[in-house]
Structure formats: C-alpha cells, structure tokens
Ligand binder design. Structure first.
Ligand code: CA
Length: 222
C-alpha cells in the first residue's frame, strides 16, 4: 500500500482528495498545516507528498524546499492556485517533481501521482535507456545513436545519464552540479554549460537538451 501525505488547508478539497485517493487504494494522511505535515513526514516518510502551496502557517514552497533537502528521493507534487509561469518555475526550483494547478481534474492528478510512484519503483540502474535514436548503456558506459557509438568524456557521460534518468523533467543546475560534479553549484556553473554544449555538439540533432533559463536543463522526449 502506498502512503500519501496530503497537505491542504481547504476542508472541502482536503476531504475530496482524501476520499478519492483512498478509493484508489492509497493510504492517506491529511494535514492542514505545514507544521503538521513536516512532523508527519519526519515521523513516517510517505511514498509521495501532495502539497498545496497556499498554507496558513508556512509558505508551501519553502516547505517544499525543506522537504527536498531532507529527503532527496521523496516525490512531491505541488498543487497551486497560482498558474503564472513564474510560480511553476519557482515550484520546480523548490524541488517539486511535478505540479498541478487548481482547479484540477482528479483523473489528471491520479495519473500524475501514478507517474511519480512509477518513477520511484526500484528500477535496475544498469538497464539501458533508449530515447529517440539514442541508446545509453550505464553498465558498459557506452552510448550510441542509430547503433553508431558516440565518444563521451566521463563527465559528459554522467551528465547525459543524469538527464536521461529524468528525461522530460526539468533538472535544476544545482542538482546536476551536485550529482555530476559533487561541487557547490555556484563554483562551476560555467562548467555545466560547457558540458551541455559539448553534448549538443556531439549528438547534433539526435537529442534535444532544452535550457530553462535561470533554472536548469531538460532532455526533451521526442
Ligand atoms: Ca490553500
């Protein structure tokens, strides 16, 4: 049974979410404040957090950042009434895995939740990843396009792998730098850009790495 912590101060929405998620087989802990949610998550880490950003006691995005710092692998889906693009970007920057804007359809929300939970199922880290014409083999440290090998330097390979593992999602510069270089991000942000440029050059049009200005990069899934 998958456990979901729902953080929502609106009684009607919280009750609807709880009922609906329970009827789909999830175990739900409904919290109405940020403090209550932080305590519940610290006590028993759930499989996913559904987080309303408009909370009475704390800024939901700050809470999101904090949860992300404390638990890197916890899927967080942000629910927001503010659909301005800046909020979306801030939401991703805050470490959310996905977001949905109010009013939302329960069908779409359930699909998003399923997608996140699939993502955390222990996948074999060595299994090959195929995206478009490219095939990456993490075990053999090889990558090819249309069967033709592409020569990559070790950091380029690690960066590509990081982008592939979360293909379609924005990965922040901070996370890429931490995952690939183990350095504090502001010390080598140019290094990251240069490696992305190298990947774009080596793969030509076989892959597309989108720049999300001021946030990070996303490997586009064709
Ligand atoms: Ca709210």
């Amino acid at each position: 049974m998958r456990r979901i912590v729902v953080v929502e101060d609106d009684d009607a929405i919280g009750a609807m979410l709880t009922r609906s998620l329970q009827s789909h087989g999830y175990v739900v802990a409904w919290c109405t404040t940020g403090a209550e949610a932080a305590a519940a998550i610290a006590e028993a880490p759930p499989d996913l957090v559904l987080l309303d950003v408009g909370l009475p006691d704390v800024d939901g995005l700050n809470l999101c950042r904090r949860l992300r710092t404390e638990n890197r692998d916890l899927p967080i889906v942000v629910v927001t009434a503010r659909d301005a693009e800046i909020d979306v970007v801030v939401g991703l920057d805050a470490g959310a895995n996905d977001y949905i804007t109010k009013p939302f359809s329960m069908t779409i929300l359930l699909a998003r939740i399923r997608a996140q939970l699939r993502g955390v199922e222990p996948a074999d880290p060595d299994s090959a990843i195929e995206i478009g014409r490219m095939r990456v083999d993490p075990a053999g440290w090889t990558v090819s396009v249309d069967g033709q090998p592409i020569e990559l330097r070790p950091r380029e390979f690690q960066l590509l792998l990081a982008l592939c593992r979360e293909a379609g999602r924005v990965i922040t510069r901070e996370r890429l730098l931490a995952d690939v270089w183990d350095l504090h991000w502001d010390s080598s942000t140019k290094t990251l850009d240069m490696h992305v440029m190298a990947l774009r050059r080596k793969f030509d049009d076989a892959i597309e790495i989108a720049t999300i200005r001021g946030v990070g990069y996303r490997l586009v899934v064709p």
